[in-house]
Write a protein that binds this ligand. Structure first.
Ligand code: MSP
Length: 639
């Protein structure tokens, strides 16, 4: 089978400091797209890297008392460690200090120079000698250097210029003919306006520092960092050394960049390519910025978020999920710890985690872990299967349009639908009736099949979780052998699979009281008058209370009451219905099989129309709640 090629890039990051969560955001999006395209059958080349030259890096190294190379080596090792921990699946990591890249940049310069589009001229500017920096008139503060406040002087320095102006009309025409080239539309319009104001020739060499790639025909000069950096996109795909590979991957399908550097990618870069007679990239997408609690991240504000700390605390998949789910690609998005915890608890622990836990627990309980041949399809099953098909279709459309957040929502709608399917089909009721065995097998099969599909669709977003689900379902195989078509509903694939023991995917994060508005814990028990003041009672009073161990046979949410669960519990020789205010702390399926303590002689009370025959004991403290569990047979007395 001939596979289509897909070439996707991130910007190459400056190793002037460690990367923060904003950089992780961009790379995670690119990774999700790369993983999606691999799943869709493409031969993907995913490139990221480090942009290591320039005066700023040279200065930082001097301040640190090391060579520029030593300086960047250390920081770039940190980049690679971060990408490893975030499961970034890049095919190459380009460093602009590598020899392979020097050769490419010098060749690009040489070809354009020979064509006559690079010429030597003079760079005029206002220069601050102590700072070794050029400034524009409007950047000065009271006519002085904006950095150190000292005098600047007008200097004229020999430099090489690139004839950008010559290509302005051609570029404008190209942008107009190719509406997809610059995305989103707001950035496209910005670029059109910018070019219409006229393009000046670009100064592409410097003599004021030497940490850069020498101009091949004049080694007093080093090549301007952006000319050097942009050429990185040609280096690893064989521009100089592998014509076949180059033909396969160039032009790039997507340069994903932050909004403030769209200008370099949508104006300078295409003109370099035009001068080289190479086709232009198919798309430059300018994504929005990640801001923190409503503020731009900056060292001075002290709000720079280190992704490594978050990964350690919450795991890489939770961070990836949050970044991809919470932010619409073209817009700025907010990062907040509270919002992250909220997503982990509701989407990951609750919706996805519990679906897996409930499904596997029931397959274990009713069929000793074996998925059996499913019985006939009824209307409710058909509804679920139809939704699986429409989910796959919608997901593909959204991913192709880079609407990653929408694609995640689409998958989560399906997860919610599957959770609802459990409530509708009531497998715990079917499990008690042997004549319903066929029906039960269909329900359990459908649940496992739905989870199998989900585990494929989430590979681009949460590769570790996708694998964990597949391992628990006992169907894990290398992602390279999976294809989107495998996410189509199949009535055969899961038959006779013996599932593994359920393991929690995402533990719920307990929110500290200060981080969340204190919530009243709804438990039917009467709370004492004040925390530590309780009336003293005699043993004869206590002995009036009959406490018994019960086993939970079934549990479900009480409709329109988000705090209540209806439980069916066994006292050994009798089954009772008990309504308990623990729904915010337990998913129904988690309770099945647990041995709890029941106040068995409490006067029955009607809650939401259901008669509750007793009360389950639970311990509560500062918003936390846990049922009291006892490892004793149902019916045992508690004294
Ligand atoms: N070295 C250049 C890129 C050269 S590409 C040929 C550069 N490096 S950078 O390290 O400053 O920034 C790299 C990318 O990180 C940019 O796309 C930028 O938009 C992105 N981000 C930096 N801060 C960000 C956020 N707070 N949020 C999202 N992206 C952010 O520019």
């Amino acid at each position: 089978m001939k596979r289509n090629a897909y070439y996707i890039t991130t910007p190459i990051y400056y190793p002037s400091a460690k990367l923060h969560i904003g950089h992780a955001y961009c790379t995670t999006i690119a990774d999700a797209m790369a993983r999606y395209k691999r799943l869709a059958g493409y031969d993907v080349f995913f490139l990221t890297g480090a942009d290591e030259h320039g005066q700023k890096i040279q200065q930082k190294a001097e301040e640190a008392g090391v060579t520029p190379q030593e300086y960047v080596d250390k920081i770039v090792a940190g980049f690679q460690d971060l990408w490893h921990k975030l499961d970034i699946s890049h095919d190459d990591f380009l460093r602009t200090t590598q020899a392979r890249h020097h050769q490419v940049v010098q060749e690009v310069f040489r070809r354009i120079y020979e064509k006559g589009d690079i010429y030597k001229g003079a760079y005029k500017g206002l220069y601050c000698t102590p700072c070794e920096s050029f400034w524009l008139e409007r950047q000065l503060v009271d006519g002085k250097c904006p950095d150190c406040g000292r005098e600047v002087k007008e200097v004229s320095e020999e430099a090489y210029f690139f004839k950008m102006s010559k290509y302005a009309d051609r570029l404008l025409q190209y942008i107009e003919d190719n509406p997809e080239f610059i995305q989103p539309v707001s950035r496209r319009n910005e670029m059109i306006n910018f070019i219409k104001q006229g393009l000046e020739d670009l100064c592409i060499s410097r003599t004021s520092f030497d940490w850069g790639i020498p101009v091949p025909i004049d080694d007093k000069h080093v090549i301007y960092v952006w000319f050097d950096a942009l050429s990185n996109y040609l280096t690893p795909i064989g521009f100089l050394d592998d014509a076949e590979k180059f033909k396969k991957f160039w032009p790039a399908d997507l340069h994903l960049v932050g909004k403030e550097i769209v200008r370099f990618h949508a104006i300078i870069w295409p003109i370099i390519l035009m001068a080289l007679d190479l086709p232009l990239p198919k798309m430059v997408y300018g994504h929005g910025w990640l801001i923190v609690d409503g503020d731009k991240m900056s060292k001075s504000k002290g709000n720079v978020i280190d992704p490594l700390g978050l990964i350690e605390e919450f795991g890489s998949d939770a961070i990836r999920y949050f970044l991809l789910r919470e932010i619409n690609l073209g817009q700025d998005g907010n990062f907040s710890r509270d919002a992250l915890i909220q997503r982990i608890n509701s989407d990951l622990a609750n919706d996805l985690g519990n679906l897996l836990q409930r499904t596997l627990t029931m397959i274990k309980k009713y069929n000793q872990g074996l998925i059996l041949s499913p019985g006939e399809v009824t209307a409710v099953d058909e509804d679920l299967q139809k939704m699986a098909a429409s989910t796959l279709q919608k997901y593909q459309q959204e991913m192709e349009k880079l609407q990653l957040s929408d694609a995640i929502k689409t998958v989560w709608n399906f997860i919610s639908r599957t959770n609802k399917y459990i409530d509708e089909t009531e497998p715990w009721v079917l499990g008690k009736d042997v004549s319903q065995k066929e029906r039960l097998n269909r329900v359990l099969f459908d649940l496992a099949e739905a989870l199998r599909i989900v585990s494929i669709l989430i590979i681009p977003f949460m590769p570790k979780t996708a694998l964990k689900i597949q391992q628990q379902l006992n169907i894990a195989r290398d992602f390279a052998n999976l294809h989107l078509q495998n996410a189509e509903w199949s009535d055969g694939l899961m038959v006779n699979v013996k599932v593994n023991k359920p393991e929690q995917l995402f533990p719920r994060i307990e929110v500290e009281a200060s981080a969340e508005a204190p919530k009243k814990v709804a438990v039917p028990q009467k709370t004492p008058k004040a925390d530590n003041v309780v009336d003293i009672i005699g043993i004869e009073d206590f002995s009036k209370v009959e406490l018994r161990v019960v086993e939970v046979l079934a549990a479900e949410k009480v409709k329109k009451a988000d705090k209540l669960l209806e439980l069916k519990v066994s006292l050994g020789n009798e089954v009772r219905t008990v309504v308990s205010g623990i729904a915010q702390f337990y998913q129904p399926e988690e309770l099945i099989g647990k041995h709890l303590v029941l106040v068995a002689n409490l006067k029955p009370a009607k809650l939401r129309g259901i008669v509750s025959q007793g009360m389950i004991l639970a311990a509560s403290n500062e918003g936390m709640l846990k049922v009291v569990e006892v490892d004793m047979p149902a019916g045992s007395k508690v004294k």
